[in-house]
Design a protein around this ligand. Structure first.
Ligand SMILES: [Zn+2]
Length: 113
């Protein structure tokens, strides 16, 4: 039986990751890469609390795109901002704390999507 090293409960009883998901402030934005290709970046995932590899796998599957996780950031090929927000909400992230920014535009915290 695996024990969570944060709360000390057996893994099947542990809710640390669920709690963490609710309080994460996640930024989702697109950037332009070489040849004007758009990449969707998901930033603000705390790797200590959240299995970022698992999350990346889920996002890639639901957005049907390629992508990688590195240094606490998830990069997805193409523009999947709306879909990413939907997937994160489905997975228990609070949609109030997911901020979306379009490529080439200034970040606006107040804007709701
Ligand atoms: Zn725990």
């Amino acid at each position: 039986m695996k024990i969570c090293d944060v709360c000390g409960l057996p893994e099947e009883l542990c809710v640390c990751e669920e709690i963490a998901r609710e309080v994460q402030t996640v930024k989702v934005f697109t950037v332009r890469r070489r040849f004007g290709k758009l990449m969707t970046i998901v930033e603000g995932i705390d790797e200590h609390d959240i299995d970022i590899k698992e999350l990346t796998k889920e996002l890639k599957a639901r957005c049907a795109c390629g992508g990688t996780a590195k240094k606490g950031q998830i990069e997805l090929q193409g523009d999947h901002k709306r879909k990413v927000k939907e997937v994160l909400s489905d997975m228990g992230f609070s949609s109030d704390t997911i901020e979306i920014r379009d490529a080439d535009r200034k970040f606006n915290r107040k804007r709701r999507n």
